[in-house]
Write a protein that binds this ligand. Structure first.
Ligand code: HEM
Length: 460
């Protein structure tokens, strides 16, 4: 039971909470860290439900606010974005992996890198990726057998990795997929433990997880280096993201350093492939649990495509497929928590925010708010049919974040998810393997803890 902490001074409207059960008052240094580590989704949802749109949490020594009101989220991410940077505690834990790539850099440097990368994710260039997406999905499905159970999440991870490598870096990674997959998992696990820990254990301490983490990082760096070297040898402008980055020159005419290329490539590869795989895996969990929705989707795909392969031109008519992806990301947003840190004292919606305060905004929490969505726990893709997206506040639904730091790959991801989903449902009906429940694991991303085990059946 959590109660309002009236023993604390209340500045302006600021609300503080503490947990009284289990003697948590006896661990003031840790504050709510244990609650957050034990059940992050439940804890943050309870906080918002019980204490409202702005809740002060005690996470170790870090002053933290959980903000769940769409207008206030818009203030942080858009209107007052200059007052905030990406949460530095969080990002410090992952800088060894992402370096100064797009996800983690700030200021003018970030702006320049974003400008360079943006054309690869827009317009005509984006449209050229469609065939690769469908082709790789078909290759994957060729290996599926009716009645033979499989981990669909592992399939989605392998598929989106191959697609990202091919479309953005012009490279095939078939032989490396299993190892990269393992490496990404090891990195994500270690980054998540570091985030949850209120203290830092130096990398040099030879813990098994540190060894796995270093091995994972080395593997990914090797693959990236190979891709960059292949391109240097061929010395051609392939018109993809890697070429754009390699051909870019700064104001002094200098190309990007190998280190910066590595940072950007690793960022795009990691930020892009797991999140999209997750959107698809969660969509399939929901579709398997709602056979009538899956049948509706198959009906649309059959009407639009018949037996032929999907193309980018079909996207405007695959409306229900898009609604399925949108609704799946409402219930299971792959990026379930977004963080910022206040650069200086400021005010958000009348609340005083001190410099250094961490702001948490959780799509998981907001997307399930009954104020924003009717029967929010229900999977109803059709709710998006009548232009719901335009009727709700802009930040009632924000799976890709928003403002200047909005996901650069959001259109790429939507296009990829819809094309993959349509290609899959065209060939297979998918049921869950009953004895293998799916357990959400809110790590850096929202993952299915032990995969998504399904039994496919060929459609006649
Ligand atoms: C369903 C799939 C995806 C989801 C849910 C997702 C989610 C997000 C979110 C929430 C952010 C903003 C984080 C913040 O503001 O702190 C972000 C940023 C980013 N995403 Fe995605 N993403 C997805 C797919 C992709 C893809 C396909 C790519 C690239 C191929 C990508 C690359 C990036 C990059 C580079 C950033 C940093 C952008 C910047 O700060 O300028 N993402 N993503």
């Amino acid at each position: 039971m959590r109660t309002l902490d009236t023993s604390e001074p209340r500045t302006r409207n600021a609300v503080s909470i503490r947990r009284e059960a289990h003697g948590l008052r006896g661990v003031p240094v840790i504050g709510h860290l244990i609650d957050l580590a034990r059940d992050p989704l439940g804890f943050l949802s309870d906080c918002a439900r019980e204490y409202g749109d702005v809740v002060a949490l005690r996470l170790g020594t870090w002053p933290t606010l959980l903000i769940s009101d769409p207008e206030l989220i818009e203030a942080v991410l858009v209107k007052d974005h200059r007052s905030f940077v990406k949460n530095s505690f969080f990002w410090r834990q992952v800088t060894a992996v992402f370096g100064s790539g797009l996800l983690t850099s700030e200021g003018e440097f970030w702006q320049r890198q974003r400008r360079l990368a943006a054309p690869a994710f827009a317009g005509k260039r984006l449209a050229t990726y469609g065939d690769v997406m469908v082709h790789h999905t078909q290759l994957m499905l060729d290996g599926w057998r009716t009645g033979v159970s499989r981990d669909l999440h592992a399939d989605m991870m392998g598929l989106t990795l191959k697609i990202a490598a091919k479309t953005l870096f012009g490279s095939d990674v078939h032989e490396d997929v299993i190892e990269i997959d393992q490496a990404v998992n090891d990195l994500a696990d270690e980054m998540a433990s570091r985030m949850a820990r209120p203290f830092v254990i130096p990398d040099a301490v030879p813990l098994p997880e540190h060894i796995r983490y270093r091995r994972g990082l080395r593997k990914i760096e090797q693959v990236i280096a190979r891709i960059v070297n292949e391109r240097r040898v061929r010395n051609e402008d392939a018109g993809d993201l890697l070429s754009m980055l390699m051909l870019a020159r700064d104001e002094h005419g200098h190309p990007m350093s190998d280190r910066q290329l590595r940072d950007e490539a690793i960022t795009i590869l990691l930020a892009g492939h797991e999140t999209t795989a997750l959107a698809l895996s969660w969509a399939w969990v929901l579709l398997a649990d709602h056979p009538e929705v899956q049948a509706g989707l198959a009906g649309e795909v059959s009407e639009v495509l018949g037996d032929r392969a999907a193309t980018v031109e079909d996207l405007p008519r695959l409306r229900f497929a898009e609604q399925v992806v949108t609704e799946a990301m409402r219930l299971y947003p792959p990026a379930w928590l977004i963080g910022r840190e206040a650069l200086h004292d400021c005010e958000i919606g009348g609340y005083l925010v001190h410099a250094g305060t961490t702001i948490y905004m959780s799509p998981w929490v907001v997307h399930r708010n009954p104020r924003c969505f009717e029967q929010p726990e229900e999977f109803r893709p059709g709710r998006w049919a009548g232009g719901l997206g335009r009727q709700i506040p802009r930040f009632a639904y924000f799976p890709f974040g928003g403002g200047p730091r909005i996901c650069i790959g959001n259109r790429f991801a939507m296009m990829e998810a819809v094309l993959i989903l349509a290609t899959m449902v065209q060939r297979f009906r998918i049921e869950r393997q009953k004895d293998r429940p799916v357990i959400p694991l809110p790590s850096i991303t929202l993952r299915p803890k032990t995969g998504v085990w399904v039994v496919p059946a060929t459609r006649n």
